[in-house]
Design a protein around this ligand. Structure first.
Ligand SMILES: Nc1ncnc2c1ncn2[C@@H]1O[C@H](COP(=O)(O)OP(=O)(O)O)[C@@H](O)[C@H]1O
Ligand SMILES: [Mg+2]
Length: 363
């Protein structure tokens, strides 16, 4: 990570839509406990200074030139707001200047934001506590005031992560309502909390609710370990499938700070990832693996096959795959486990229909 110049006036500038002011103010206060208020650009703390003509130009300079890091709180309102539109232009300008190290995206909801490339990592904060969000921002600044996040720390020190600790923007967006599924959530909880469990596959026909289950589950565990989520389908509802794991490795290797040339063999890439995940506890979610499988369930993609074979044997975290066809990774409790997901019971189905009716859910 390029070290930001320390001479800037602010360590972090907060950009947010007014609707979320109470939450952002609580996060700003938590940050101030470590950084001091004078190092945080939070507008309300500078009311007299900001009472001036041409405030937009003045603020632009403060965000663009006088802040080490801009924490951008994204939400539906962010896209709609004129004021944020101004700050958003600064963000896009930094992106153009390849200064993405100075940006941190925090998503309050799942709204699409114009101009935000879907590959950009962001931290979903909907289910995070305010102190945890503050800790994540501090960690981007290389400050670790509270060792909670380091419970699973490896014995040797890690460099500060230039990426947010979780990458989930490739996962499909799902409605957060999950009916039933308590036993399945408990199954996943148990797998996650059992060090000897390395691999879980969730198997069911399309539309049964695999993605919805995994989405609900991982959001409960955000912040416990770095999380990388990937879908082998293109974003959205398009049936486009990926036919190789190349885009996955192209994203995952740099996220893990592994400097492997793109021309390296698929085995070199898989080996490097596997070696890292034997050291570092990471939650890896691979959603919709079937495009890379043949009709017997075997993986057609050699790199992913090599990786899963190694991770299934040993890794400090957990790999959770969802698929329509059982992968040829045999169950071997507690190391490798599988979950056949059934359809909702008729009662749960009725509840689902009522819910759809009452909220107008269309997805
Ligand atoms: N238990 C559930 N409660 C509420 N909605 C659900 C549930 N399971 C699935 N859904 C909804 O059904 C649709 C299909 O689910 P999805 O998880 O995408 O299926 P799959 O990943 O198995 O193809 C989604 O709109 C999802 O939100
Ligand atoms: Mg799915």
């Amino acid at each position: 990570m390029t070290q930001p110049a320390k001479s800037k006036r602010f360590r972090v500038a907060l950009s947010f839509p007014g609707e979320h002011r109470p939450r952002v103010e609580a996060i700003a206060s938590a940050l101030a406990g470590t950084l001091g208020r004078e190092k945080i650009l939070y507008d309300r703390w500078y009311a007299p200074e900001f009472a001036r003509p041409d405030l937009d130009i003045y603020l632009t300079e403060l965000y663009h030139d006088q802040s080490d890091l801009i924490a951008v709180f994204l939400s539906k309102e962010y896209d709609e707001k004129e004021w944020c539109g101004l700050e958003w232009r600064q963000v896009r300008d930094l992106l153009k200047q390849k200064q993405q190290d100075r940006l941190m995206y925090l998503r309050i909801d799942e709204a699409a934001i114009r101009g935000l490339p879907s590959i950009d990592g962001y931290l979903p904060i909907r289910d995070m506590s305010d102190p945890d969000v503050a800790a994540a921002i501090l960690s981007r600044l290389g400050i670790h005031p509270n060792p909670i996040a380091d419970q699973a720390a490896v014995p040797h020190p890690q460099p500060p992560a230039p990426n947010p600790r979780s990458f989930t923007s490739k996962l499909p967006l799902v409605n957060p309502t999950l009916i039933g599924r308590d036993p399945q959530l408990a199954f996943l909880d148990q797998a996650w909390s059992t060090p000897a469990t390395n691999f879980v596959q969730i198997i069911a026909a399309g539309g049964t609710g695999k993605t919805a289950l995994v989405d609900k589950w991982f959001r409960r565990h955000l912040g416990e370990a770095p999380l990388f989520g990937w879908s082998f389908y293109s974003q959205g509802t398009s049936p486009d499938r990926q036919t190789s794991s190349d885009p996955f490795f192209a994203e995952f290797l740099p996220w893990l700070h592994l400097d492997i040339p793109p021309t390296a063999s698929v085995y070199a890439k898989a080996d490097a990832v596997a070696a890292r995940l034997r050291d570092e506890r990471v939650l890896l979610i691979l959603d919709g693996v079937e495009p890379l499988q043949d009709s017997t369930g075997a993986l057609r993609d050699s790199a992913l096959k090599a990786l899963l074979q190694e991770l299934d044997t040993a890794n400090r975290g957990l790999v959770v795959c969802t698929t329509r066809i059982r992968l040829d990774i045999p169950d071997d409790e507690p190391r490798a486990r599988s979950l056949d997901l059934d359809n909702l019971t008729p009662e749960q189905g009725a509840e689902y229909s009522r819910h759809r009716g009452s909220t107008g859910i269309t997805c």
